[in-house]
Design a protein around this ligand. Structure first.
Ligand code: GDP
Ligand code: MN
Length: 421
């Protein structure tokens, strides 16, 4: 039962190979691949492009949009043009959207704040450019004229690999299934990069009297009633009451996702997204788990945004703009090292229902040391059958596979992933 429900909500668009001759005759969406990169990353960009062209775009010929905070070199433009099967477009990021206003207003404090994060060993914390990049991806890339004109974008980074042939148009399928945001890997964020992001997000939600969607439990975990607390302990209890009653109405399944397992470094797509989808739809109405004095904290779960296939207008909406402006004002883009991934993710938790999210479990993908390999790829299937499918997978992954009879993500690099059509 669980299985049937889960798959009716978010199943793969296609579990095998389609006849490419039929697919290329179908209409294209207004969509593009979007790549933010430096000139120095040309080799990595070419490598990613070759991979995606070979496995997908050679048939669909979507355009490539390149963005940079500096002018792209002639060499860069010429070389990417040789690989792209669709047209190429090059954009420069306006200075005020790349640099933070605070950098100019108070350069010493900015430099100190960033440097201090390096001292504390926060990943990428000491790199001003990394802070700028995260802020740009959080608040501005979709506003660029070269991106805004498209309904959909597929974010691509230098040095990533696509393993599987994608014989259908993901933009078109997302549209047909009313999907707004697609991911392929979900992991936990490093807490010291976002210590206050969730607090600000809750505060934004309260201030705007937001109704939470059924996807919120992906990102919020309750840590239970603190012994001895009572109403008086909560200063803003009026707001809290309102907040919780809204939350209860909309999300009777706050504990749908069991975040108690420490899975840092693992792909959480199966444990998080899938268990949410199935729990949410088995209509659990166990409200006893949520009481007013339960507190919430960030599950640290986020879609790994170096891969994204999404509607541009998700981020162009006035609500998202308001959220970003709220975050911007808080200073978290330089006082902390907020990534665009947790911000995009929390935004999907605020603004999208789970049925509008799509887990591209069929897209084999690698970025740095994490990869996702669909277990139902032709290669993996035969491998699994011959080897009892345990090799290279953790017991936890195997349990999920048995439970849901579903292709399970593999988050370790080097186990091999082949899936050509
Ligand atoms: P990681 O994936 O979190 O390790 O971060 P990356 O170094 O891959 O950066 C994420 C994306 O932003 C990649 O597409 C980079 O090419 C791009 N990027 C990062 N910093 C800069 C920068 O200073 N200028 C430009 N133009 N692109 C950048
Ligand atoms: Mn990267």
């Amino acid at each position: 039962r669980e299985r049937a429900i889960a798959s009716s909500v978010d199943s793969v668009f296609e579990s095998g190979c389609r006849d490419i001759k039929d697919e290329i005759g179908k209409p294209r969406e207004k969509a593009a691949m979007v790549v933010l990169a430096r000139n120095s990353e040309l080799d990595g960009v070419l490598s990613s492009m070759k991979s995606l062209e070979r496995h997908f775009n050679q048939w669909f010929n979507y355009p490539w949009v390149f963005l940079n905070d500096e002018e792209f070199t002639e060499e860069f433009k010429v070389e990417v043009g040789k690989i792209a099967s669709g047209k190429t477009e090059f954009g420069i990021i306006p200075e005020r959207k790349w640099h933070m206003p605070f950098e100019k207003d108070d350069p010493v404090t900015f430099a100190e704040a960033v440097e201090e994060q390096g001292d504390r060993g926060i990943m990428y914390g000491s790199m001003p450019a990394y802070h700028r990049m995260c802020r740009f991806y959080s608040g501005y890339f979709f506003e660029h004229e070269l991106v805004q004109k498209y309904d959909w974008y597929w974010r691509v980074e230098p040095d990533v690999d696509f393993y599987c042939d994608i014989t259908y148009d993901p933009f078109r399928e997302m549209k047909l299934h009313n999907k707004k945001y697609g991911f392929t890997i979900m992991i936990k964020e490093l807490i010291n990069t976002v210590p206050n992001l969730f607090r600000y997000t809750l505060s934004f939600a309260r201030e705007n009297e937001m109704e939470f969607t059924d996807s919120w439990p992906l990102f919020a975990k309750s840590f239970g009633r603190v012994k001895g607390t009572n109403e008086k302990d909560y200063k803003d209890i009026k707001d809290m009451k309102q907040f919780w009653s809204r939350l209860q109405q909309r999300v009777p399944i706050l504990d749908a996702v069991d975040w108690s397992t420490d899975s840092s470094g693992d792909d959480l797509s199966e444990y998080g997204f899938r268990s949410l989808v199935s729990a949410g739809n088995s209509a659990s109405t166990d409200r006893s788990k949520i009481d007013m004095f339960n507190n919430m904290e960030y599950s640290l779960c986020h879609f790994w945004s170096n891969f994204e296939i999404s509607r541009t207008d998700l981020f162009l909406s006035p609500e998202y703009k308001k959220y970003f402006d709220f975050l911007e004002k808080s200073g978290g883009f330089y006082m902390e090292r907020w990534g665009d991934a947790p911000i995009h993710s929390l935004a999907t938790g605020l603004f999208l229902s789970q049925s509008e999210m799509h887990y591209f479990r069929d897209i084999g993908y690698r970025h740095s040391t994490l990869e996702h390999c669909p277990l139902n790829s032709p290669f993996q299937r035969s491998y699994r059958e011959s080897k009892n499918y345990t090799h290279g997978y953790t017991q936890k992954e195997e349990r999920y596979w048995r439970k849901y009879d579903a292709p399970v993500a593999n988050s370790r690099v080097g186990t091999g992933c082949r899936c050509r059509c």
